[in-house]
Design a protein. Structure first.
Ligand SMILES: *Cc1c(COP(=O)(O)O)cnc(C)c1O
Length: 365
């Protein structure tokens, strides 16, 4: 397959803005800092998964699928966008969510319900009683069994279900980010700017891998730097192997070694990835507030707030010496998820935190 002629089913809007961040650049005192707005990919409040879905949906249509099923945490952004893409193409949206059904509807889940997708909560909490060595395998097996049962159920009703892995982590999905590179290079040329770094979150890794492959194939003049969004991140070796699969599938003509990949995890005492996947933490919250105050751009608490903490820390310490682009991958609906709303009450809405909040109350004598 040739990457240049690979067809896409337009799901979101590409050619997202590349904007200069003057106030943030001044505040941090390093190079000129830019933001690539993939939070503005349009589809269902936007985000990076739209670029992946362009190619995944094309594959689904070419192969006669009638339903898109995918997986994720209860607040998955990828799930929201997959459901939206399915709806736009007349396919059935099915989400398999890892975790118990929350009592309170919020964040992405509210949007999933508004879109009317079929939701399956896979609750594996009972596995906590097992010895640690067996726990993850037992959870994984149960999830796989559930997925098989769900697919069989739809097939019995005449549907053909495309099962998309967590995060849309497939070679077709990453094609979207390979092709984001010429777009970004053309924008840099048009604006006459010369960033040395492109900083991006590293979660299910398809975004980073696609960008890395695109940068190698198109000879981008910047380095792709990945920031893991949780302490327990996917090993570089697996990502290098996936990038080599991209190279083979799309005849990109390079090989990638694990040591070629640049991941920045931050100081051991305060890693960029925080304390766990989608776990609220005050450092991430501070960095979400920093960008909102500097540039009026909203980040999210699960991914981009952490990546932005890494981005600013690397600029401050001079590790990224030169102009740099931050890729905003979306996720803002997570700000309104119950757990993050609760966590932000104390930092933004109590006692000293309220220094800019005034109440003026009419009193009738
Ligand atoms: C999925 C996601 C990421 C991570 O992208 P991967 O391709 O999974 O590594 C980053 N930011 C947001 C908002 C996401 O939803």
């Amino acid at each position: 397959m040739n990457i240049g002629t690979l067809k896409r089913a337009p799901v979101g809007c590409v050619n997202t803005p590349l904007e200069y961040m003057p106030r943030l650049s001044r505040e941090l005192g390093g190079g000129r800092l830019y933001i690539k707005r993939d939070d503005l990919t349009g589809l269902a409040l936007g985000g990076n998964k739209a670029r992946k879905l362009d190619y995944i949906v094309q594959y689904a249509l070419e192969n006669g699928y009638t339903a898109l099923m995918t997986f994720g945490g209860v607040q998955t952004n990828h799930g929201r966008l997959t459901a939206a893409a399915a709806i736009r193409y007349g396919l059935k949206p099915i989400l398999v969510l890892k975790g118990p059904r929350p009592d309170y509807l919020s964040g992405n889940l509210l949007l999933d319900r508004l879109m009317g997708c079929d939701l399956y909560f896979v609750d594996t909490e009972a596995a906590e009683v097992l010895p640690e060595a067996e726990r993850e395998a037992a959870k994984r097996r149960y999830l796989e069994d559930c997925a098989q049962a769900i697919i069989a159920d739809y097939e019995a009703r005449g549907e053909k279900v495309l099962s998309i892995p967590v995060g849309g982590q497939t070679v077709h999905g990453s094609a979207g980010y390979i092709q984001a590179i010429p777009e970004l290079m053309a924008q840099c040329e048009a604006q006459d700017i010369h960033p040395k770094y492109l900083v991006v979150g590293y979660g299910s890794t398809g975004t980073f891998a696609g960008l890395w492959a695109g940068a190698a194939y198109y000879h981008a003049p910047f380095e792709v730097v990945g920031i893991p969004i949780e302490p327990d991140y996917r090993p570089r070796e697996e990502t290098a192997a996936f990038i080599n699969r991209l190279s083979e599938t799309f005849a990109l003509g390079f090989t990638c070694r694990a040591e070629d990949l640049r991941l920045e995890t931050g100081p051991a005492e305060a890693p960029y990835g925080g304390i766990g996947y989608n776990e609220p933490d005050p450092v991430t919250q501070e960095h979400i507030a920093l960008l909102a105050r500097m540039e009026a751009v909203f980040l999210d608490p699960c991914y981009t707030g952490k990546v932005f903490y890494g981005f600013t820390d690397l600029v401050r310490r001079g590790v990224l010496a030169g102009d740099a682009v931050f890729l905003h991958t979306g996720g803002a609906p997570g700000l309104w998820s119950r757990e993050h709303l609760d966590a932000m009450q104390s930092s933004l809405w109590s006692g000293k935190a309220e220094d800019r909040v005034h109440v003026m109350k009419l009193e009738i004598p």
